[in-house]
Design a binder for this molecule. Structure first.
Ligand code: HEM
Length: 237
């Protein structure tokens, strides 16, 4: 009888699993390194074929693709956290958001520096011929204040409410990024359409969730206060 009450019950259903929290500090470093892999791969390809115009183009495109991937991944974290109760996902949002900015910056730098060699006359001509770039520039301009203020000092200075309002710019930057991509593609629109559909789903979910919250309807998993059961990945003996 004593034994039966002192042994913790194993996780038997999904609800139990959702209450398990991992230690974010232990996930951050591997995730940080993982997010650098696309950059390492693209850089390696560019270095191998250094003088190949096509490889520069492929790198610019690859960096742009990853900027978009990270933007959507950042938007995915909140719904995932709300449904699973995995609170350890919250601190990872900032890292993924900063990676979106970093890849967008590298994408733009690759275009301006490697592709156009900072020939501003040629850049202006190119932008006037391919206006999809204006959407990209606007998207990047909106990500800039988010990257600059994604630290504790800026949060303290702005105050929670203003900081949150400012960070809603991601809801404008991400459609502009998808528009930039869709506008660019002329023939095979399958991929940009898939990105657009995913974005509509993610932004639509947010709107729906806010409306539910406004009406005081709180979904089952989120209403339960998650029990933080931190499972250390490294156990000290
Ligand atoms: C939020 C910021 C941005 C995102 C997420 C983004 C994303 C993308 C994506 C996904 C592509 C297509 C990649 C592919 O074909 O697989 C692309 C292409 C391109 N982007 Fe961006 N972009 C951004 C900002 C910019 C900016 C600021 C510029 C220029 C100043 C720019 C210039 C270009 C160019 C020139 C291409 C076409 C590359 C080529 O034809 O070789 N982008 N971008």
């Amino acid at each position: 009888m004593w034994l039966a009450t002192s042994i913790p019950a194993p996780c038997t259903d999904l609800a139990d699993i959702s209450e398990v929290a991992l230690n974010p500090a232990l996930i951050k470093l591997p995730l940080f390194l993982l997010c650098l892999l696309p950059l390492a791969h693209l850089a390696q390809v560019a270095i191998t074929d250094a003088h190949d115009v096509e490889s520069i183009e492929a790198m610019t495109r690859g960096l742009g693709g990853w900027a978009l991937n990270f933007l959507l991944l950042t938007l995915m974290l909140t719904p995932l956290r709300k449904y699973t109760g995995w609170t350890w996902l919250a601190p990872l949002r900032r890292m993924l958001g900063l990676y979106a900015f970093f890849y967008a910056f590298a994408h733009m730098a690759s275009y301006l520096g490697l592709d156009q060699r900072f020939d501003w006359q040629a850049i202006i001509e190119d932008v006037s011929k391919r206006p999809f770039m204006i959407a990209g520039m606007l998207g990047f301009a909106l990500l800039l204040p988010l990257a600059v203020t994604s630290n504790a000092i800026a949060l303290r200075r702005l105050g929670g409410k203003r900081w949150q309002k400012l960070h809603r710019l991601i809801y404008l930057a991400s459609p502009l990024a998808v528009l930039h991509y869709s506008w660019m593609v002329k023939a095979d629109i399958a991929k940009p359409s898939a990105y657009a559909a995913l974005l509509v789903l993610l932004l639509g979910w947010r709107l729906w969730w806010r409306l539910r919250e406004g009406r005081g309807i709180v979904a089952g998993s989120a209403s339960r206060k998650p029990v933080r059961r931190v499972i250390p990945l490294i156990v000290k003996k």
